[in-house]
Write a protein that binds this ligand. Sequence first.
Ligand code: SF4
Length: 254
Amino acid sequence: MSERLRELAAAFNGSFAAMTPLERLAAMAEHVPGPVVFTTSLGIEDQMITHLIFSNNLPIAVKTLDTGRLFPETYALWRETEEKYGRRIRAMYPRGEALEELVNDQGIDGFYYAPEFRKNCCGVRKVEPLGRALAGASGWITGLRRDQSANRADMDFVGFDGARGLVKANPIFDWSRDAIVRFTEANGVPVNKLHAKNFLSIGCAPCTRALRPGEPERAGRWWWEEETRRECGLHVDDAGNPVRADNHRPAEGD
Ligand code: SF4
């Protein structure tokens, strides 16, 4: 099965450039031999993809990782999105015992004090639930964009996640943030109110701040850490090593 999925990823990668994002999503739903899952963080890119999936009734499960530390604005958007489309975004939560152990061991906001504490927190609240969100799936949709960071510039439209055994597709990989903003406005797609307050990339509340003028798009994430350490472990290379979120390019309009 893995070899077949790897070949499928290569074939998709060659054909995606000529397709629209909706055609890319539909191709994943139609041709991947097994369940396809979209994991949304409810950011503007992901809201565009959720809109395409729900509006077109594509057979793609939409799931989100509720770390328990999200912004109130993100929960409000989650509710608004379910109400607008009449569809459920499936929540994945951290394991209760692991979370209790984590907080009792390193404190409620331990992630500020040591890089390994931050990794532990992302591990319990994000990476382990992601594994369950993708369990049994053959395809994974993400909202990654090429121009979010320099290290994403070399990524493909579609790759094979060798560690998880999945076809991993980025259907808006070639879209600029400005183009996505225009799409959401033209189509009435609900977006996080924090975007208007200069939060371009939104994650957990304690680990996200607003951007200052001229800062790169993801500079507000884990800002207290060295750039080379900024990764949460969700995106891995073929060998299962985390892909770093360093070397970010300036966001458009900055
Ligand atoms: Fe924990 Fe921050 Fe990672 Fe969220 S982003 S899981 S609060 S360390």
